[in-house]
Design a protein around this ligand. Structure first.
Ligand code: MG
Length: 378
């Protein structure tokens, strides 16, 4: 029951390279264009590497924490649920969710900041733009083109934000930043699903790691309200279950608010097609009250988890690894694998950034050791 303003694979703006349509069985395509997009993402190298990349915690710190892969799966699950409620295209939304973090560097935010700093004189580094670069250029799997040749709608969904300067260099998907229009509702929903996923799983991982405590979280209204409900209903519940019961309720409250408010915004506009959505202001969002509560949760996490001294120590180490790898490769591109030496002929610094950005946490650590430790040979 798709709404007329949902993205429609039959009416897709299309792919860079024309491809034959999917085979038909009883007159029905085996896969629609958005399903093909999603399947290509799942089969990509960059997608598999998400398993060994992290956001806050370094991969080897423990097996219990979220990785970029499990994060992306959680985003896809939330986004699909919201898509079904709002009658949007689930296949597209799933594809956007699974691809949204493909361009992330090793070591989460610390890695991205360090690489951006290294690239300061060479056009900078932005993970969001890099996700696009992965699906448009760096994946090399198909005979007839570089990248995955995804639909416009999928690529539009990947690019959450973009500077005007960069937007002018990336063709079709950059235009909306110049024209100040908005992406599909599927893209808008995925942005919020991303945020709901990471805020909540960071609370969970933060508690499990012991870097934040339930007592501290009492100051966050969103958490405290749900914790009270759980404690009243199950006064003797052990802590592990209590935390999960609280977090699942938080997620639910956020998702319900997002669906309710977004449906209201859409109804008010009464859009007839996807063009109406693109021309309108951003329609997906929380109520004002929930925006405030969600903001307080984010602030709490920033102050108490992302800037915890133990996280800072790890970030400092990660930054050093990225900086040293960058300097050594930029100084001698012959130290990189052949394909990146080829890229380096076009743009030396960008090729180094591409190589480093593609690394997993553990590969970057090993690569650093291989290049700097005298007792390592390769
Ligand atoms: Mg994300």
């Amino acid at each position: 029951m798709l709404k007329p303003y949902a993205a429609n694979p039959e009416a897709s703006i299309g792919r860079h390279y024309d491809e034959p349509p999917s085979e038909l069985i009883n007159g029905v395509p085996v896969r629609n264009a958005f399903q093909r997009d999603r399947d290509r993402i799942i089969h990509s190298t960059a997608f598999r590497r998400l398993e060994y990349k992290t956001q806050v915690f370094v991969n080897h710190e423990g097996d219990l924490f979220r990785t970029r892969l499990t994060h992306s799966l959680e985003v896809a699950q939330l986004a699909r649920g919201i898509a079904r409620t709002l009658n949007l295209h689930e296949d597209l939304i799933e594809g956007i969710a699974l691809a949204h973090d493909l361009g992330h560097t090793p070591f989460g935010h610390a890695g991205q900041d360090a690489l951006n700093d290294c690239m300061r004189d060479f056009g900078g580094f932005e993970h969001n733009l890099q996700s696009l670069r992965v699906v448009e250029k760096l994946e090399q799997r198909y005979a007839e083109f570089d990248g995955l040749n995804l639909t416009f709608e999928l690529r539009e969904g990947i690019l959450k934000h973009c500077s005007i300067k960069n937007a002018k260099q990336i063709g079709d998907v950059g235009l909306r930043f110049i024209n100040k229009t908005n992406p599909s509702l599927e893209a808008q929903v995925t942005n919020f699903a991303d945020e709901i996923a990471y805020n909540n799983h960071d609370v969970d991982d933060g508690l499990r790691s012991g870097l934040i405590t339930i007592e501290q979280l009492q100051s966050v209204e969103l958490f405290a309200t749900q914790l009270d409900i759980v404690k009243t209903k199950y006064p003797k519940l052990e802590q592990k279950r209590m935390i999960h019961e609280t977090i699942r309720r938080m997620i639910n409250v956020l998702v319900v608010d997002l669906c309710t408010q977004s449906a209201k915004n859409i109804a008010q506009l009464n859009p007839q097609n996807i063009q109406d959505i693109r021309q309108a202001s951003y329609l997906v969002g929380f109520s004002d009250e929930m925006t405030t509560k969600n903001h307080a949760l984010k602030q709490f996490l920033r102050k108490n988890l992302y800037q915890h001294y133990k996280v800072n120590r790890m970030s400092a180490k990660a930054e050093r690894i990225i900086r040293e790898l960058f300097a050594v490769f930029l100084g001698d591109i012959g130290l990189m694998p052949h394909e990146f030496q080829q890229y380096a002929k076009e743009d030396r610094a960008r090729a180094v950034a591409d190589y480093i950005a593609g690394m997993t946490d553990r590969f970057a650590i090993r690569e650093h050791r291989r290049l700097f430790a005298v007792e390592e040979y390769f």
